[in-house]
Ligand binder design. Structure first.
Ligand SMILES: Nc1ncnc2c1ncn2[C@@H]1O[C@H](COP(=O)(O)OP(=O)(O)OP(=O)(O)O)[C@@H](O)[C@H]1O
Ligand SMILES: [Mg+2]
Length: 457
């Protein structure tokens, strides 16, 4: 069967199909395209699960939903059991380009433009098959949409951009299955690169950590993805902040929640490089929009660093973790960019959130300065903290941090000098540890000379 679908407008106003596809797929990465497809599955699952506001407190379980992705040089598939596309939606907009302005706003979804799925499959390859099975009022609706990109492009600029919707045998469960063959050369190169797959899994486990925490199952090439645990540190001296408020965009309410505090103790000069790198990588602000992490570990002006009254990020601030969560029934109210993997920092509602985010950021900056004068006490307090999951953090308008301002610091002098490596190592060995850091060799040397020439302190 062939279903007539909405046309895009007059032929003269249409760009050629090839140009359209090239423009669509140009500024989005392959990973982000895959995330777009996952977003669609989750929108389906979330709506089925009740379509509530995406807050940390609601207890929506997603454990009956699963998304399986497999990718190799030979092809790509993503299949889910998240409810499928209704026949009406397929005809009305799922297979057209762009949603009409009066399309229903979905319940706390992230789909806005009506372009993500098409952009993703075009980016991945040339032979596409979308199959869907859904259930409405006890009736099963099953269809398939095969897209042969080269043939479709060859149709030139004819006004009719329709894809054929054909009847199909139902899938085992209501859901969508998308397979893509004849991969583009770039996709082939990425899919056959183990680092690409590793990175994709890392991003999925980070960006969907809240859904995975709620039981959603995602697998990549048969391997289940485990979600990152988003945790802060807590003790009597350290308490993370957690505050929430309701904002408004074009008359629509947006629920905003901010959590921030110490994610890990700040690194000190003696930390081995790897550990320090890990702290640094995970630190910063995370922005979550309708459940998805869309900005992770940000240290840029997007989340305020280096804007007026807010210092630029410095490795000294490592360990800081902040999370800002936006939840809106209509995703157009969210401060998302069109690829949905960043935020528009100029959006007024986001700027209002930034004003709130500045407080915990700057108090952490002050803390990392103050702790320099009393490192031992700081280490002690910091290591006496426990991890607490973001779901369990109590409401508190400000983060509590130990105050180390009382003691004034004795004036210090820096000593720097260079010596042949062999001699330094020889001295370190004589001090009992050939691996002793150079800095410690220097300090020991000073203490020895001081005791010898000046006498004990
Ligand atoms: N896996 C899926 N499960 C259920 N419905 C889906 C699925 N994939 C796509 N759809 C339906 O197809 C529609 C079109 O998807 P597409 O990603 O192209 O646009 P969108 O999600 O509406 O907007 P955006 O361009 O912002 O992603 C969706 O709105 C949804 O109704
Ligand atoms: Mg989408």
């Amino acid at each position: 069967m062939r279903i007539g679908m909405k046309k895009l407008g007059s032929a003269s106003a249409n760009p050629t199909r090839a140009f359209f596809v090239r423009m669509l797929t140009r500024d989005i990465t392959l990973t982000d395209c895959i995330l777009d497809l996952i977003d669609n599955c989750i929108d389906g699952a979330w709506e089925r699960a009740g379509g509530n506001a995406f807050t940390l407190n609601n207890n929506v379980e997603l454990d009956q939903y699963k998304i399986d992705i497999s990718l190799s040089e030979d092809g790509f598939t993503i299949s889910d059991n998240c409810g499928g596309i209704s026949f009406d939606d397929a005809v009305e907009y799922a297979f057209t380009f762009g949603r009409s302005a009066n399309a229903d706003a979905e319940s706390y979804s992230i789909g806005i433009y009506g372009i993500g799925m098409k952009r993703a499959v075009f980016k991945i390859g040339r032979k596409i098959l979308v199959r869907s099975t859904s259930e409405a009022n006890g009736e099963i609706e099953a269809f398939r949409v095969p897209i042969d990109v080269d043939r479709w492009l060859a149709h030139g600029d004819k006004e009719d951009w329709d894809f054929d919707i054909e009847s199909d045998n139902p899938l085992p469960e209501p859901g969508v299955q998308i397979s893509v063959d004849n991969l583009t050369d770039n996709t082939k190169a990425d899919f056959s690169n183990p680092d690409f797959v590793k990175q994709l899994i890392r991003v999925i486990s980070r960006d969907y950590s809240i859904h995975l925490h709620r039981g959603l199952q995602i697998s990549v090439n048969g391997m289940p993805v485990t979600g990152w645990l988003i945790e802060l540190r807590e003790s009597a001296e350290f308490t993370p902040m957690r505050d929430s408020y309701v904002d408004e965009v074009n008359g629509e309410e947006v629920f905003v929640e901010i959590l921030a505090g110490m994610g890990a103790p700040p690194p000190d000069d003696l930390e081995p490089g790897e550990r320090r790198k890990d702290f640094e990588q995970r630190s910063g602000w995370y922005v979550i929009c309708n459940g998805r992490v869309v900005v992770a570990a940000d240290k840029s002006t997007i989340t305020g660093w280096g804007t007026p009254n807010w210092p630029k990020w410095h490795p000294q601030y490592s360990g800081f973790l902040g999370i800002v969560i936006f939840s809106a029934e209509n995703a157009e109210s969210l401060p998302l960019t069109t690829t949905k993997r960043s935020v528009d920092a100029t959006q007024p509602m986001f700027r209002r959130a930034l004003a709130q985010m500045r407080k915990p950021s700057t108090s952490w900056i002050e803390y990392t300065n103050a702790r320099k004068s009393q490192r031992d006490a700081a280490y002690k307090s910091e290591s006496a903290t426990n991890n607490i999951s973001i779901f369990e953090i109590e409401h508190s308008k400000t983060a509590k941090l130990p105050s180390f301002t009382a003691k004034t610091r004795e004036p210090v002098a820096n000593i720097a000098y260079q010596m042949p490596k062999n001699r330094v190592r020889e001295l370190a060995a004589a001090m009992g540890n050939v691996g002793l850091p150079y800095r410690d060799v220097g300090i020991n040397t000073f203490e020895l000379a001081f005791n010898e020439l000046v006498g004990e302190d």
